[in-house]
Ligand binder design. Structure first.
Ligand code: COA
Ligand code: AMP
Length: 638
């Protein structure tokens, strides 16, 4: 424990001194020349000249220093009825062996590898094996459809793709291999080799000249040693939704990332080497990268890989069972998981069945933690429930109750204070810094701390346009919010076309691009509307071409199928309202924000630039037709 204000102030006034010290917790082959390299602003770089290997820091050094027999990974899979534990020594064998297999396929420093896998230990081994070789991994979430995978294949141009034969979603078997085959068919870039981990319940058909069986490959290869890489070399690319159909490839470097995550485990999460940390997320998301894989392993903790859901596998007591069975100290998940549990077990009967005495903290992120969910969790668990805010781009929390430093009183609705390293400022649209309680755009004054994105994959200009050019000297988060007089930050939601569905980030712009390809659709808009379970759900509006013969019901079904096929089930796209026209400004801009407010029953001002206010009444009727629009409004121009 320390004094937050002192630590925070130092991190801002002397970032090089602060992070240079934190870097002592990482093993380096070569020390850096400069902690903070500002020779090419705004492209700041951390630890230039330094050399390390992230896999060495996550596995080998723990084996060398007394943790060989400590459990590194607990694989808990209620869907396959499996619990397996792997010590650090075993994880080293598996990773070095598999890295040897990848090396045999020609993978080396700087090559890219796509990993499209369910929540099994092999997904973690694949990531670490790439890191071991200095290769750049890009994990694609299993809930994405072939089209999304193909976009990522074309952007990352992987030498090898690693997948598993399938996954279980509840009792449903999902075959991954046909999706991979289809994605490769769709993509222009064709990987030379694929590696498939065969699961017992579903066998993948193999392409003779391209596909390799994981087990055969690993057992026939010499284990690979760690390859030193530059601190500034990329460790991974993680694609995330932007405002268009082309996802952004967030780049993470090796050095800054290792330093920041190692620091965050103790200072934000109060979790020390040897303790059990569980992030109930998926390796396909940034939470999975940072807090299932790298953060806990860099720290020498035990991490849990959970292949199940908060409910239904088999009941809403699943999380409590895992916590008590494996001695979890801190759980990290998304508020939506708690809303799912609350819905099935409102009084918390299942919580009482388990010994949770070792469980100290619940961390929630991925979407706004609504005060109801906060109170429900806090009242039943009777331990700190910590909301913290971050993004794929930052890779670790921007604001949090940094409980390893100082425990602040909670204000429900706020993710507490900026984490050391993040100089959070609220600006108005002109770039003026706003005072307490004034709502505006949330930004972070440059430089961002280590571990955050240095740029976008092969897209420096897009990096500048998306994050820097709006307010030079600041990173623009695209979230709106405010600070209160005590410096607590309240993040209220995105101000762009990104929505958050069950903690998953999706682009309404991309959905619109896909809907526009339907032959009967003349024009469309997609908005995210409030949902009690998933936070937000996408709802579409379609204006049909003259002469289109299909019924609204047919259009609704076809568009749901189209989005599911192109983006994947994870988009949760079901509802489309067929309308005669869309509300627009006189200059032709669709008033998506106003439509969203109508759907959510929020107060709003009818924009004075609106073409025809009467359309808002039609939109309300259409929304009611698909089960939204909570209260009647009088649509007068104010
Ligand atoms: N592979 C393939 N399909 C997947 C998938 C995966 N890895 N994950 C989800 N899907 C599918 C689901 O089966 C579902 O398909 P369906 O429409 O055929 O039923 C669809 O995608 C939507 O999934 P989801 O939004 O997860 O809904 P759900 O009803 O299955 O579960 C919750 C709801 C709240 C339990 C679940 O969303 C959850 O646990 N969320 C936690 C979020 C999280 O971990 N976020 C990461 C950031 S911290
Ligand atoms: P992702 O990149 O998928 O992690 O999504 C990042 C976005 O999720 C942020 O820009 C926010 O809009 C939202 N988000 C994440 N965590 C929080 C939180 N604790 N409070 C409010 N919004 C959050």
């Amino acid at each position: 424990m320390g004094n937050y204000q002192e630590i925070f102030d130092r991190s801002i006034k002397d970032p090089a001194g602060f992070w240079g010290e934190a870097a002592g917790a990482i093993d380096w082959y070569k020390k850096w020349d400069k902690v903070l390299d500002d020779s090419n602003v705004p492209f700041y770089r951390w630890f230039t000249g330094g050399e390390l290997n992230t896999c060495y820091n996550a596995i080998d050094r723990h084996v060398e220093r007394g943790r060989a027999d400590q459990v590194a990974i607990i694989y808990d899979s209620p869907v396959t009825n499996t619990i397996q534990k792997f010590t650090y020594a075993e994880l080293l064998d598996m990773t070095a062996g598999f890295a040897g297999g990848l090396r045999k396929l020609g993978v080396g420093k700087g090559d890219t590898v796509i990993i499209y896998m369910p929540m099994i230990p092999q997904a973690v081994v694949a990531m670490l094996a790439c890191a071991r070789l200095g290769a750049v991994h890009s994990v694609v979430f299993g809930g994405f459809a072939p089209h999304e995978l193909a976009i990522r294949i074309d952007d990352a141009k992987p030498k090898v793709i690693i997948t598993a034969s399938g996954a279980l979603e509840g009792v449903r078997i999902l075959e991954y291999k046909p999706m991979l085959d289809r994605a490769i068919e769709l993509a222009k870039h064709k990987p030379q080799n694929c590696v498939i981990f065969q699961r017992q319940f579903v066998k993948a058909a193999m392409h003779k000249d391209r596909d390799h069986d994981w087990m055969t490959l690993a057992s026939a290869s010499e284990p690979a040693e760690c390859v030193p890489v530059k601190a500034t070399d990329p460790l991974y690319i993680l694609y995330t939704s932007g405002t268009t159909g082309v996802p952004k490839g967030i780049v993470r470097d090796n050095g800054g990332h290792a330093v920041a995550l190692r620091w965050s485990l103790e200072n934000i999460y109060d979790t020390k080497p040897g303790e059990v940390f569980w992030a109930a997320s998926d390796v396909g998301w940034v939470v999975g990268h940072s807090y299932i894989v790298y953060g806990p392993l860099l720290t020498g903790c035990t991490t849990v890989i959970y292949e199940g859901k908060p409910v239904g596998t088999p009941n809403p007591g699943a999380f409590w069972r895992v916590i008590s069975q494996h001695g979890v100290k801190a759980l990290f998940t998304a508020p939506t998981a708690f809303r799912a549990i609350k819905r099935e077990d409102p009084v918390g009967e299942h919580i009482k069945k388990y010994d949770l005495s070792g469980f100290k903290y619940l961390f929630l992120a991925g979407e706004r933690l609504d005060p109801d969910t906060y109170h429900w969790a806090h009242d039943r668990l009777k331990r700190p429930v910590i909301d913290h805010w971050w993004q794929t781009e930052t890779g670790w929390p921007i604001t949090a109750n940094s409980i390893g430093i100082e425990h602040f009183p909670v204000k429900p609705g706020s993710s507490t204070k900026p984490v050391p390293g993040f100089d959070v400022q609220i600006l108005d649209t002109e770039g003026k810094v706003l005072g307490p309680k004034q709502e505006g755009l949330v930004t972070i004054k440059l430089p961002l701390p280590p571990g955050t994105l240095p740029t976008l994959w092969n897209a420096d200009e897009r990096f500048l346009q998306s994050y820097i050019n709006t307010f030079p000297g600041y990173y623009f988060t695209a979230d709106g919010g405010y600070k209160d007089e005590d410096g607590y930050v309240y993040v209220m939601g995105r101000v762009d076309d990104v929505i958050n569905v069950a903690g998953h980030r999706l682009s309404t712009g991309e959905m619109e691009e896909i809907i526009s390809t339907h032959p009967d659709v003349a024009e469309c808009a997609v908005i995210g509307v409030g949902d009690n379970l998933k936070g937000q759900l996408p709802v579409g509006f379609a204006v049909l071409k003259a002469g289109a013969k299909k019924s609204p019901e047919e259009i609704r079904t076809e568009l749901a199928k189209l989005i599911r096929g192109e983006i994947g089930p994870i988009a949760c796209y079901k509802e489309t309202a067929v309308v005669a026209r869309l509300p627009k400004t006189r200059s032709g801009k669709i008033l998506r924000g106003t439509m969203r407010k109508i759907a959510d029953g929020e107060e709003f001002k009818v924009p004075s630039t609106i073409d025809d206010p009467a359309i808002l009444g039609e939109i309300e009727e259409a929304l009611k037709g698909v089960g939204y629009a909570k209260q009647k409004k009088d649509y007068l121009v104010l």
